[in-house]
Design a protein around this ligand. Sequence first.
Ligand SMILES: [Zn+2]
Length: 211
Amino acid sequence: MFYKVDRVTNNQGTPTISLECPHCGHYGTFQSVGSDSAVTTGPSTKNFGQRKCPRPECRGHIFTISQGSRLELSYPPRLISFDSTNIPDRILESFQEAILCHGNNCLKASAIMIRKTLEELCNDKSASGKNLYQRLENLSTQIVLPNELKEAMQELRLLGNDAAHIEAQTYDEIGKDEIEISIEFTKEILKGIYQYDSLLTRLRSLKKKEE
Ligand SMILES: [Zn+2]
């Protein structure tokens, strides 16, 4: 986002801004950190300021640009949340980068990192196949994954259908929705591979204690 700064006036009040905290995920009315600057940019004047999360446990800092109390932009962005329990470091690193790219609207980069996450996951589990799609199919026979998800997998162009590599042009065509669905799909696969097992182990040990 580009704003040309034509004129700045200080101490122009700090309008109330409510949003979902990018740090802790809770929704709240953010508290001001100093006064906003009133920045005249073209025909309009906007508030450029800083806020902090109202939760005492968080108090995370954000930058904001608003028109009155209507928020236009805030930084850092709210990222898609996920449980990282038991996910190997290499896979986790790629997936976190995919989510970070999505949050910053870098969709092609996010698509590439989602594929990298899935490829690393297949490497980790030695899933074989000529391309990513076949490797994921092979993987899905080894893990707990709802049938509907297995079937829906081929709908995602990001997974490459049956091509060995997806074309550069395909990345251009992938929209935010498809990226979000692919991230959710990857989360389910990660759960199926690395997290159900540990949940089962914990449940079983709980049962043993009761006996
Ligand atoms: Zn917070």
